[in-house]
Write a protein that binds this ligand. Structure first.
Ligand SMILES: [Zn+2]
Length: 320
């Protein structure tokens, strides 16, 4: 864990602002288990990781806000406990002395419909969508994408977006179990039911936000539960239309960093346009006593992540 003071004096510069980060808490009051690949999951302990994260963020004393990259509750949580469990985790986040910006993940949507989830997470919403942006200082804009805009989970069964997603999976994934990537090659392995896409209207909105940020000479950090670059993530965890979203992002110069969760092992890459992609290590996969959370110092030419435990430090320099 880096020292704020040490880093500041080393660089001779104070950050413009700092914010806390955590991803994939995936809490549930159930015994420990394993992912389909056999990676251990500590469902009960993950809320203790969040509690220690909030303690660190408050102790830091100078974090402007915190970002939760999604999946706060696990899909195995018994459905009669979904509401309680989400409320318990939200309650822990609310002990942070500042605003918390949430994203929704597939596991959140296995538990609660958007109509219940979004108000609990205080996500500003039009027509049940969960994308929004905010500007913590005049120099920066944070954009939160809804990666499950087009998805077979979270919308009512007869919703046009559910139908669109099911048709898409039918066309792209030959397996009966649409969560199986068997027979799919390379980045096609992302065409799974537990992923989703950014829809047309959200793409138009993103275009207008990036245009506005460019006019205002703001730098942009894009946050999405689903990763947007194959270099930073397993193919199986990518947003269905990451290529379309990145083509739009690359039209502009303003996006410097993309942050994501969902792919629990974490990762980092710099794409062909110099945009950094950081995928955060999951709180869920921390054995008792270990951690995965951190905070990011934001400067005009870089973001510096100071991670605790499994969350690795990451220096993200970019051209101005
Ligand atoms: Zn997820």
């Amino acid at each position: 864990m880096g020292s704020v003071n040490g880093w500041t004096s080393l660089q001779g510069k104070k950050p413009l602002f700092s914010f806390g980060v955590i991803s994939d808490v995936q809490h549930a009051d159930i015994p420990d288990g394993r992912s389909f690949l056999g990676v251990p999951r500590y469902y009960r302990h993950s809320i203790a990781v969040l509690q220690r994260a909030v303690k660190q963020w408050n102790h830091h004393g100078n974090l402007k806000f915190t970002v939760n990259l999604g999946d706060i509750v696990d899909g195995f949580c018994p459905k009669e406990h979904s509401l309680d469990t989400v409320s318990r985790v939200v309650n822990e986040f609310e002990k942070f002395n500042g605003p918390v910006y949430h994203m929704i993940g597939n596991h959140c949507l296995y538990n609660l419909p958007r109509s219940k989830l979004l108000p609990l997470l205080k996500i500003p919403s039009i027509d049940g969508c969960a994308y929004y942006d905010f500007s913590p200082t005049s120099e920066y804009r944070i954009v939160v994408l809804d990666g499950y805009d087009i998805s077979a989970i979270g919308w009512p069964r007869d919703h046009p977006k559910t139908q669109q997603a099911l048709k898409f999976l039918q066309d792209q994934n030959p397996n009966l179990d649409k969560n199986s990537p068997a027979g799919l090659a390379g980045i096609e392995r992302r065409f799974l039911m537990f992923n989703g896409a950014v829809g047309e209207e959200q793409l138009r909105w993103l275009d207008s936000v990036l245009r506005d940020a460019t006019n205002l000479k703001q730098k942009v950090v894009v946050c999405c539960h689903l990763p947007l670059d194959p270099g930073a993530s397993s193919a199986e965890a990518l947003l269905w239309n990451f290529d379309e979203v990145m083509a739009l992002i690359h039209k502009y110069d303003c996006v410097k960093v993309c942050l994501a969760g969902h792919d629990h092992k974490g990762g980092h890459s710099i794409d062909s346009h110099g945009v950094h992609h950081k995928v955060f290590e999951a709180a869920l996969e921390c054995p008792p006593g270990t951690d995965a959370y951190g905070y990011i110092d934001v400067y005009d030419d870089r973001l510096s992540l100071f991670g605790t435990g499994k969350m690795e430090n990451c220096d993200m320099h970019f051209n101005l």
